[in-house]
Design a protein around this ligand. Structure first.
Ligand SMILES: *[C@@H]1O[C@H](CO)[C@@H](O)[C@H](O)[C@H]1NC(C)=O
Ligand SMILES: *[C@@H]1O[C@H](CO)[C@@H](O)[C@H](O)[C@H]1NC(C)=O
Ligand SMILES: *[C@@H]1O[C@H](CO)[C@@H](O)[C@H](O)[C@H]1NC(C)=O
Ligand SMILES: *[C@@H]1O[C@H](CO)[C@@H](O)[C@H](O)[C@H]1NC(C)=O
Ligand SMILES: *[C@@H]1O[C@H](CO)[C@@H](O)[C@H](O)[C@H]1NC(C)=O
Ligand SMILES: *[C@@H]1O[C@H](CO)[C@@H](O)[C@H](O)[C@H]1NC(C)=O
Length: 403
């Protein structure tokens, strides 16, 4: 379905806002969600009036502008649920979609969202050191997404500082940063009895620095990102043994192998649907110690291809590193790929939808601005959940199937 037939009915008298934001496709005029279309393709966004400025850490909505029309545009962007940068975004999201802030939790990172297979439960964690008494906790959240009831769960044995989660074969697979008395590990959690089994906790006797996230391929192999964030934020007391890195772990033998390393920082990780391409956002921009943001460090979304053996088998070696995209705003944290390859990336004030071929951000699904931050997400079929600073958001009624 395409909405292109109904575009661009420009009125004769245009306000600056009207010149800078494209008119919405007619089908979206009655949407219960608020929309804005920031289009370099359709209107005059290439040449802005007056003086303007913004930090790369802030969304376009937060830019300073001397022009009243541009200020109005920014207010409109900041009050929108969906900001389209590309016409295709309308087809992906559709006019019936909405964004609801279903759980208002505090301005601490929430992370590692996973839909528990066969249930209506969203597993996620509250991550990071707590101010009061440095209290680390061995529980995680479970949100009943239909009844919107929040409870907690404690695995057996308890699991501290989960930082990433994926589901595979009816289990949850999680990675942790480690805690005050142990280093990070990969584990399987059986959600039928909440038993936790540790699968990997060392690289040839070397501890990991602190896992950030993971992906799995169809064969059950793992791709783990090891970061300095847990150490930098005081979640673990152990100095990281080496630079942030990505490990391939053979799901049969659990033999780990480093496949990528960075002097920036590791964060989210996802595979293309055919398992041939690995996506890794670098988040060197977010300095782990002391915690601050350096706008000159790396924040690219990098794509890599797996090398093939002579008989076509995929080898745990990466080639063809390329900058797919640099986020319009902030840096990419958790990322997920849809069944047809679209990349959904948490990026500050929202989740960006990225075309895997061009790397262009097609649009952004916003979590409201202010101190709210989209940190990671879990995909359903016509819906998904965003967790981050400020709690949980449910994005529902999408036109496009996600998985
Ligand atoms: C939008 O709502 C108005 C007022 O209720 C109605 O007249 C119009 O036909 C609707 N447009 C579409 C595209 O649904
Ligand atoms: C934009 O703002 C930054 C931070 O305040 C400042 O350092 C920079 O000079 C400004 N640039 C322009 C073009 O105003
Ligand atoms: C899936 O789980 C079942 C039951 O625990 C197990 O027997 C099977 O080996 C698992 N399959 C894979 C691909 O891991
Ligand atoms: C580590 O600390 C946790 C939380 O205080 C505690 O439950 C656990 O028994 C400790 N583990 C070891 C090996 O000391
Ligand atoms: C995993 O290890 C097994 C046993 O050595 C091997 O047969 C298999 O090819 C490995 N898988 C990958 C994806 O490297
Ligand atoms: C955007 O809106 C949010 C929520 O109302 C508010 O907290 C924030 O300050 C606004 N940001 C800007 C730049 O106006």
């Amino acid at each position: 379905m395409s909405y292109s037939s109904s575009l661009l009915v420009l009125s004769a008298v245009t306000l600056a806002t009207g010149q800078l934001l494209a008119p919405l496709p007619e089908t979206f005029l009655n949407s219960s969600a608020t929309w804005a279309w920031l289009s370099y393709d359709k209107l005059q966004f290439g040449t802005l009036p007056g003086a303007f400025n913004r930090s790369i850490l802030d969304a376009p909505a937060a830019a300073e502008a001397s022009d009243a029309g541009l200020t109005e545009v920014n207010a409109k962007l900041n009050s929108s649920d969906f900001v389209a940068y590309d016409e295709r975004f309308f087809d992906i999201i559709g006019p019936n979609a909405k964004v609801e802030h279903v759980q208002q939790l505090d301005i601490r990172s929430h992370e590692a969202p996973c839909l528990v297979p066969g249930t209506d439960l969203l597993f996620f964690v509250e991550w990071g050191p707590r101010e009061e008494g440095y209290g680390q906790h061995g529980w995680q959240y479970l949100l009943d997404v239909r009844k919107n009831v929040l409870q907690t769960v404690t695995t057996s044995p308890p699991t501290f500082n989960v930082h990433g989660c994926v589901t595979f074969n009816n289990s949850l697979y999680v990675v942790t940063d480690g805690s005050l008395n142990e280093t990070g590990y990969l584990a399987r959690i059986d959600p039928s009895n909440w038993k936790r089994t540790t699968l990997l906790n060392n690289y040839y006797e070397q501890p990991f620095g602190g896992f950030n996230d993971l992906a799995m391929d169809n064969e059950g192999n793992f791709y783990l990102t090891d970061s300095k964030s847990g150490w930098g934020k005081g979640v673990v007391p152990y100095t990281p043994p080496t630079s942030p890195a990505t490990y391939f772990v053979n799901g049969t033998t659990m033999r780990p192998k480093m496949i990528q390393s960075t002097t920036g920082n590791a964060n989210g990780v996802a595979l293309s649907p055919d398992g041939r391409t690995l996506y890794l956002p670098n988040t060197g921009v977010s300095k782990y110690y002391p915690v601050r943001k350096d706008p000159y460090d790396d924040r690219g979304l990098w794509a890599y291809d797996f090398v093939s053996s002579k008989d076509g088998a995929r080898l745990p070696v990466l080639a063809n590193k390329r900058l797919l995209n640099n986020p319009i705003t902030y840096f990419y944290d958790g990322i997920r790929v849809t069944h047809d390859g679209l990349i959904f990336a948490s990026a500050g004030d929202g989740v960006d939808v990225i075309d895997p071929d061009t790397g262009l951000a097609l649009g952004s699904i916003r979590v409201g601005g202010g101190r709210n931050v989209a940190v990671s997400l879990a995909l359903g079929t016509y819906e998904f959940w965003i967790v981050g600073r400020g709690g949980v958001w449910h994005v529902s009624g999408l036109t496009h199937t996600l998985n």
